[in-house]
Design a protein. Structure first.
Length: 542
């Protein structure tokens, strides 16, 4: 039993030694979590109409705003560098990190009280196109999510930060799977009797599971939590670096709230269409962009603190090219295979054809910025490694302002459908990333632009040729070979075309000597290493 326990512990708490292996674990677990997420969306689309789901998804707007401010704004940007700075001194680590954690929960408690009291008025303001009954339901469910979900998610993400600061990613990456499982199980069991309240209960259950699965991280490392709130050097540094980042996140959340308000002015179900298309686009962004950004952050922080600027530059160029190599072909696949993709993932019983078409079009416009959106998370973490949160904040204001102006023009003045919100997002995100890259280039005094432009051109060429061939193949097989009136046949169609598209892309990339092709061999080698570890673990259990 001791051998089984020790092997399991070693596997779960293993510390990664490179950005690539860290990103690979995160990417794999994010794929699993996202697949469960899409299963959740599919189940919800089978139980509820898009009009009803507008209520459910709109209920997340205010809780998500608080979550993003506290987690994306405060913890992700500043927590890990400060943890790394003090981790060699146990006493200072415990004092500084405990004070930061307690400050976060004090702020959370203040948010909960204020928003709980004024929820009805806030919802009436940000959902101007909904009737009184719909606003009342959204307000009620939002209160449930504030109280029942947020505290568990905030604490869970603090544990995620501790794990990532120690280069341990497994439990943190596994937690979202259990979050989605809670929603799925509660919806299936309770929806026939409790209607829309069922997935709300599932969200609370999922948040509890999200925390519990990571709880061992609290006792694994040198950090010891203390019930104190001292004005330490680490806390002051945290507040100084957090404020610009919180403002950055707040501007993005204001942008998302504007999208909600504008979507309520369109036909019923429009916000659900926007929400689902955006979540689908976020799958590769999360698997590639966010995973690489999270995995690289501890390493980038260490490189900068140790003044390894040349190594830092190499990581920047390699990471950008790796992201482009993986996301550009996905972008084009989302464009030419958009309708069968939406039918497969969201085509529930109550998700009608009009909703399918609108969601597919919206997805294709979101996809246009997919490579830049993925690079965005890596570039921002380069600035966070410098403890510079002001630069991303200033650029986010420019980006969000542009997005808001374009969105208002498209919806209010030009009377365009919901997919126009995706166009405005893609334009603003692309401009944001270009500006981030220019400022980073100046900050670290140069990058190898020749490699970036040359390799990007090769990737675009391979992707375009492969996508044109695969598009006509998709049209040929649809109806002639596969009966796509059935979901399983849609799956076989997409699998067939997707495999051919991938193999053709890799072959052309190899043919024109695209350097990033080495990623494939690295993935195979790493996969074999992890397979060996899993087999060893299974042998111990047997």
């Amino acid at each position: 039993m001791n051998k089984i326990f020790n092997k399991t512990k070693q596997f779960v708490f293993s510390q990664q030694k490179s950005i690539f292996s860290s990103a690979l674990i995160l990417a794999f677990m994010i794929v699993i979590a996202r697949l469960f997420g899409f299963l959740r969306y599919r189940i919800l689309a089978g139980y509820f109409t898009t009009d009803t789901l507008d209520i459910f998804y709109a209920s997340f707007r205010i809780p998500d705003l608080v979550f993003e401010i506290l987690i994306t704004g405060a913890l992700i940007s500043s927590f890990i560098p400060i943890y790394i700075k003090y981790k060699n001194d146990k006493e200072k680590l415990s004092t500084n990190i405990s004070s930061i954690i307690n400050l976060v929960f004090v702020v959370l408690f203040i948010f909960l009280i204020i928003l709980f009291v004024f929820m009805n008025k806030i919802m009436a303001l940000i959902t101007p196109g909904y009737d009184i009954e719909k606003i009342r339901l959204i307000s009620r469910y939002s209160r449930y999510l504030l109280i029942g979900q947020l505290p568990f998610l905030v604490f869970g993400n603090i544990l995620t930060g501790i794990g990532q600061a120690n280069k341990t990613f497994f439990l943190a990456a596994l937690a979202p799977v259990f979050y989605n499982l809670g929603i799925i199980v509660a919806t299936i069991i309770l929806a026939p009797n409790l209607n829309l309240l069922a997935p709300v209960i599932g969200v609370v259950l999922g948040a509890v599971l999200f925390l519990l699965i990571q709880f061992p991280l609290l006792f694994k490392f040198d950090f010891k939590y203390c019930f104190i709130l001292k004005k330490t050097r680490g806390l002051i540094e945290f507040v100084k670096t957090t404020i610009p980042r919180i403002l950055t996140v707040l501007t993005a959340q204001i942008d998302a709230t504007i999208d909600l308000a504008l979507a309520t002015l369109l036909e019923p179900g429009s916000y659900t269409i926007l929400y689902l298309a955006q979540r689908f686009q976020l799958l590769p962004v999360s698997v590639i962009g966010i995973a690489l950004g999270q995995a690289s952050f501890p390493y980038l922080s260490e490189m900068y603190q140790n003044n390894k600027i040349d190594e830092f530059k190499k990581v920047v160029v390699d990471s950008i090219m790796n992201i482009f190599f993986l996301t550009i072909p996905i972008m084009l696949f989302f464009v030419f295979a958009r309708t069968p993709l939406i039918r497969l993932f969201f085509g529930g019983v109550k998700f009608d054809w009009n909703s399918t078409v609108l969601t597919a079009i919206t997805l294709s416009f979101f996809a246009l910025s997919l490579p830049f959106h993925s690079v965005y998370y890596f570039l921002t973490r380069c600035f966070y490694a410098f403890l510079d949160t002001k630069t991303p904040f200033i650029l986010s204001i420019i980006s969000v302002s542009l997005n808001a102006i374009l969105s208002i023009v498209f919806i209010v003045f030009l009377k365009l459908p919901v997919w126009s919100l995706a166009i405005s997002f893609s334009i603003s995100m692309t401009i944001n990333v270009i500006l981030l890259f220019i400022l980073l280039f100046k900050r670290i005094k140069g990058l190898n632009l020749k490699i970036i432009f040359l390799e990007t051109s090769k990737i675009l060429f391979a992707s375009l040729i492969s996508s044109i061939f695969s598009y006509y193949l998709l049209k040929f097989l649809d109806g002639l070979v596969f009966d796509t009136t059935r979901t399983i046949q849609v799956f076989f169609l997409l699998t067939t075309v997707g495999i051919i598209y991938l193999l053709l892309y890799l072959f052309i990339a190899w043919l024109i000597n695209t350097k990033e092709i080495y990623l494939v061999s690295k993935l195979i080698i790493k996969a074999k290493e992890y397979k060996k570890k899993i087999i060893e673990l299974q042998t111990v259990y047997e």
